[in-house]
Ligand binder design. Structure first.
Ligand code: PMP
Length: 426
């Protein structure tokens, strides 16, 4: 038995399924999850002493790679000053100012502790602001385990076959209308019928929880248009895309401005942070300025702010995203090259520093039903083969991959060579 197998057995005695978040259990690919005990740069090291090139990056936050010295120094210094006061700090203002500078659609921003809290609060605010109950989301998009949003959800909910979770009252779920991602006509039809009853559209501006699907040209623009026409709040869930697909997030990349934005992952530099913000007029409805209640014991925690702010400052260096995007393209080219060399039909796509690959003949994948038609069995074999080669990919065919600044040319060349060997066995 490997150390990971032993540890997994012990974990399952005390933790549901042995994990604190379902996708980690490897149900999407089979086999035993790998237990890690340290990480450095682009690499993860497991309990059995194996090294892996990391394409998950803690599911997105580790955009600088692991163990960045600037973050370690900031955290060590803050630990000596105190790990939390439950009272305002100058750090929180510095962080908020930085977010508002990087994402110009955000006038006011509130810190929370996870992406889930960010989207949950944004939805509540949109409902409170508009006085409407219905919301629109898209099939296969995941916005955290928020009751109203676990309807036809992606990510682990999809991987584990429970896109509609039990425990969510039907009376609540029926207020969530689920439309097809990238289907502009479908959105217009729904709004023509009941647009003035819809509080918010929430969307991943690049979908990263049903593999990786960029928006087709005009899709985000159409959402902006119908929201303007019907007084609906447009929420971009940039928990994954924020500070990753470009410094200004997907809204910066595509030039479409939402009313509210949910943030997470990179904004915490690996510590538990989320945030939501947007137009002053809407954000002023949040307590204590307005009546929509929202709060948090640990919100704005100084350690979390330190890690996040240091990350945001580091990625603000000129050229950071250009370099990271180029690295991501190189990873994508490598996967495609490996597939072509071995005759495996594969489509690779992405945006900025996130990417996805689909075992399919389709030249592009833009719709949820196309994702579901991909060869998941092939993905599983590929995943397991790559794992043996020391490449740690997301353990599900329905997740995006992430790159970090720590990834080297040699790492990418190694990944391409490994992909060739593994694809030859599929
Ligand atoms: N929104 C999106 C787009 C996400 O990808 C995720 C998590 N993967 C969330 C929200 C939820 O974030 P968290 O897991 O931090 O609650």
């Amino acid at each position: 038995m490997t150390h990971s197998e032993t540890l997994f057995e012990q974990a399952q005695k005390y933790i549901p399924g042995g994990v604190n978040s379902p996708v980690r259990a490897f149900r999407g690919v089979g086999g035993t999850p790998i237990f890690f005990n340290h990480a450095e740069g682009a690499y993860l090291y497991d309990e059995d002493g194996q090294r892996y090139i990391d394409y998950i990056g803690s599911w997105g936050p580790m955009i600088l790679g692991h163990g960045d010295q600037r973050i370690k120094d900031a955290l060590h210094a803050q630990v000596d000053l105190g790990v939390g006061y439950g009272a305002p700090t100058a750090l929180e203002t510095e962080m908020a100012k930085k977010v508002c500078e990087l994402v110009p659609s955000i006038d006011l921003v509130r810190m929370v502790n996870s992406g889930t809290e960010a989207t949950m609060s944004a939805i509540r605010l949109a409902r409170g602001y508009t006085g409407r109950d219905k919301i629109v989301k898209f099939e296969g998009c995941y916005h955290g385990h928020v009751d109203s949003l676990l309807v036809k959800a992606g990510s682990g909910a999809l991987t584990l076959g429970v896109p509609n979770s039990p425990g969510i009252p039907a009376s609540l779920a029926q207020l969530t209308l689920t439309l097809t991602y990238n289907d502009i006509e479908g959105v217009r039809e729904t709004f023509n019928k009941i647009g003035d009853e819809i509080a918010a559209i929430i969307v991943e501006p690049v979908a990263g929880n049903m593999n990786c699907i960029p928006p087709v040209p005009g899709f985000l623009e159409a959402l902006r248009e119908v929201c303007d026409e019907y007084g609906t709040v447009l929420i971009f869930d940039e928990v994954m895309t924020g500070f990753r697909v470009s410094l200004g997030g997907a809204q910066g990349l595509f030039g479409v401005t939402p009313d509210l934005t949910a943030l997470g992952k990179v904004i915490g530099g690996g510590l538990p942070v989320g945030a939501f913000g947007g137009k002053r007029e809407i954000m002023e409805h949040i307590s204590p300025l307005g009546p929509v209640y929202q709060a948090g014991t640990l919100s704005g925690n100084p350690l979390a702010m330190c890690a996040g702010l240091t990350t945001l400052n580091a990625i603000s260096e000129p050229g950071f995203h250009d370099r990271l995007t180029e690295k991501t393209h190189a990873v994508c080219r490598g996967l495609k090259e490996a597939a072509d060399a071995t005759g495996v039909p594969l489509t690779v796509q992405g945006a900025g520093a996130m990417f996805g690959f689909f075992f399919t003949e389709a030249p592009t994948v833009t719709r949820f039903d196309q994702v579901m038609a991909c060869d998941v069995e092939r993905f599983k074999k590929f995943f397991q083969g790559m794992l043996k080669e020391g490449i740690y990919l997301a353990p599900s065919a329905f997740e995006a991959g992430f790159t970090s600044a720590a990834l080297s040319e040699e790492d990418i060349a190694h990944t391409t060579a490994a992909a060739k060997r593994v694809m030859a066995t599929l």
